[in-house]
Design a protein around this ligand. Structure first.
Ligand code: PXL
Length: 277
């Protein structure tokens, strides 16, 4: 007999996905979004915190950025990877890391498992960091984490940086950037979102052979916080479930579009995605 309270009643054991990302306490980005997205898509979330971002409501919601000690990051990886064997957990997402020291330990620990799917959301800057420190972090991310990724999900800003292009103003240029980044990573999902002109939010997938466009009508022109995290987390969850990349991207795009339609407003400057929509 199954028992709904002890939770043995829902049948098969769920797929598992690992995430290393930062906490963002208002609930709109980072680790919180990743776990909510995994859960919504029926995936059991596991993970390590890389940093803690606490916005400052008394200072225009500026980012206050706190790295987690690399020793503690290493310990979290040890616990999570020992608990869940490679046969059960072969898919991971990398979100915001934040410092070169964090990137070093995360690169070392990620390299300890042969991930089938490693989705990198290349969160390049955090407004709370010194520009010089941000540049070092960007370079370390490109050098040490990007080569481990099987999928990378840059927005326009990140795609410009990763491709080395001067600017990206059109979907065609976004596609060109995706191809260039694709020299280093098998799959590149470059997200135009509301950043490019036109009526639609267009994302492009480069799979090493061709570009596929994913299009949805823009819902307003305002950025919604957590959209990038939600897309990358949904893609991760779908890959953990065994979907092929095109189906996974399609599901991720539909989920974020619906989550933006049903966005959550708060006292913060940006609305946030509702993963439960
Ligand atoms: O949306 C990018 C992002 C990712 N991760 C964390 C963040 C943010 C933006 O604020 O705080 C932890």
């Amino acid at each position: 007999m199954t028992n709904s309270v002890t939770g043995t009643g829902s049948g098969a054991t769920p797929p598992i996905a690992f995430v290393v990302a930062g906490s963002e306490a208002t609930g709109g980005a980072g680790f919180q979004v990743d776990l909510k997205t995994f859960q919504q898509l029926g995936v059991y979330g596991v993970g390590a915190l890389s940093c803690i971002v606490a916005f400052n409501p008394a200072d225009g919601w500026a980012h206050r950025f706190h790295p987690v000690d690399p020793v503690i990051i290493a310990e979290q990886f040890e616990a999570a990877l020992a608990a869940h064997s490679p046969e059960r957990m072969n898919t991971a997402k990398v979100g915001m890391l934040g410092t070169p020291a964090t990137i070093d330990v995360v690169a070392e620990k990620l390299a300890g498992r042969d991930w089938k799917n490693l989705v990198l959301d290349p969160v390049l800057i955090c407004k709370g960091q010194e520009p010089g420190a941000a540049l070092d972090t960007d370079n370390a991310l490109k050098e040490k984490i990007l080569p481990l990724a099987t999928v990378v999900t840059p927005n326009v800003f990140e795609a410009t940086s990763l491709s080395g292009m001067d600017h990206i103003d059109t979907v065609d240029e976004l596609a060109e950037a995706a191809k260039r980044i694709g020299e280093k990573v098998p799959y590149v999902l470059a997200k135009g979102g509301v950043e490019l002109p036109g009526e639609d939010a267009v994302d492009v997938l480069w799979d090493g052979h061709e570009i596929t466009r994913f299009t949805a009508p823009k819902i307003g022109e305002q950025r919604v916080s957590g959209a990038g995290c939600t897309v990358a987390a949904a893609l991760t969850a779908e890959l953990a479930k065994g979907s092929d990349i095109l189906t996974a991207v399609d599901t991720a795009k539909k989920m974020v579009t619906r989550g933006i339609e049903h966005r959550v407003s708060a006292n913060t400057p940006f609305d946030t995605v509702w993963q439960g929509a």
